[in-house]
Design a binder for this molecule. Structure first.
Ligand code: MTE
Length: 360
């Protein structure tokens, strides 16, 4: 199970094996860089134990020179790059979709399957330059060392070559200034800022340049988006849209669902994230979405990270619904109703986030 003991005792564990856990929502707001003990974990298989000394990363496929890189050579031969990036699971906020219509066989994540870390590693673009990408190369495929039931080759995925060679994409060996912990991919993971978490493959075994996207189950089958009308048994997997970046979404971290509060002014806080785009505006409502106030965006804006927000609301006595919504720098907003974005796998829910409180 890796170093699960290093996780905070407050983590909400969805499954012990494979270990899948997220922090209480309110804890996310404690720091713009999520402490490792509170960083969510999404594993499809058992955490592999990797001996760092004989470890080699294979760089193969449509390249002029195949490489087998030790950790030592990744650190020594490539200038270390650092990026502050938010990882968000495509299943974040699935619980709200599940309430619309049940979603079978998937983890019912609340809104805390997300976290932000400072990642350090070798630039994937530099490593690919060292290997020499051949002209027919269009995609970069990743495979992990973990055994998973769904695919005999292990967990994998791919990103277009253009994204893979963007400067923010790293082969990361450090998280928040420490070596990657086992549950987060020790000794090496790819970090693809702005894409769903699934593409940031942990315990990286190989990087391969290819003409077509990965055939791995987690790229060709799972992590695809379908319209609300499609069900698991009617899905044509080839017709699904391959998920890239998560859409803009804002979440209330405090107060929490069902909390009892006194009438008057209430400070409400949360996060907003829009993948590779910036958060342009966050709005909060204390009356279920009739009247809206603009929230303050707090802290620094990092190009690949979430943005914290806060607002002071005036609460009237009774049961009140607090709602938040955001708009990104591309002008995209959020739908009011989760039914509009329901999909049978429960991915990328970005409906307005709502919290009901009892005001005395
Ligand atoms: N990489 C491997 N090898 N195996 C996995 O199960 N899960 C993916 C991704 N990389 C996964 C993986 C998913 S779905 C997510 S959301 C992120 O890792 C989660 O990263 P974390 O556990 O470090 O938070």
């Amino acid at each position: 199970m890796g170093d699960v003991s290093a996780k905070d005792p407050s983590m909400l564990v969805h499954s012990a094996e494979p270990y899948n856990a997220a922090p209480p929502l309110a804890s996310l707001r404690a720091s713009p860089i999520t402490p490792i003990p509170l960083f969510f974990v999404r594993n499809h298989g058992t955490v592999p134990v990797v001996d760092p000394a004989p470890y080699r990363l294979a760089v193969t496929g449509l390249v002029d020179r195949e490489l087998r890189l030790s950790l030592e050579s990744l650190r020594r031969e490539f200038v270390p790059s650092t990026v502050t990036a938010t990882l968000q699971c495509a299943g974040n906020r699935r619980r709200e979709l599940h309430a619309v219509r049940p979603i079978e066989g998937e983890i019912p994540w609340d809104a805390a399957a997300v976290g932000t870390a400072v990642w350090t590693g070798a630039s994937l673009a530099e490593v690919l330059r060292a290997a020499g990408v051949r002209g027919a190369g269009r995609h970069v495929l990743f495979v992990g060392l973990d055994a998973v039931a769904a695919d005999a080759h292990g967990f994998g995925g791919s990103v277009p070559l253009e994204k893979a060679t963007s400067p923010e994409v790293l082969l990361a060996y450090e998280m928040n200034g420490s070596p990657l912990p086992p549950v987060h991919g020790f000794p090496l993971r790819v970090v693809v800022p702005g894409y769903i978490g699934a593409r940031s493959v942990k315990w990286l075994r190989s990087v391969a340049v290819a003409a077509a996207p990965s055939e791995n189950y987690f790229q060709a089958h799972a992590y695809k988006l379908f319209p609300p009308s499609v069900r698991a048994h009617t899905a044509d997997w080839n017709a699904g849209v391959t998920l890239t970046g998560p859409p803009v979404s804002a979440v209330i971290c405090a107060p929490r669902q069902g909390q009892r509060l006194r009438a008057g002014h209430l400070s409400t806080t949360g996060y907003a994230f829009a993948g590779g785009r910036q958060i342009a505006r966050v709005e909060v409502s204390a009356d279920g979405g009739v009247h809206w106030e603009t929230a303050r965006l707090v802290g620094d804006a990092h190009p690949w990270a979430w943005r914290f927000w806060e607002a002071s609301l005036r609460l009237r006595p009774g049961r009140q619904e607090i709602v938040v919504r955001a708009e990104d720098s591309g002008g995209a907003g959020q739908p009011a109703d989760p039914a509009a974005v329901w999909n049978f796998k429960g991915y990328v829910n970005n409906a307005w986030h709502r919290v009901t409180v009892e005001v005395e």
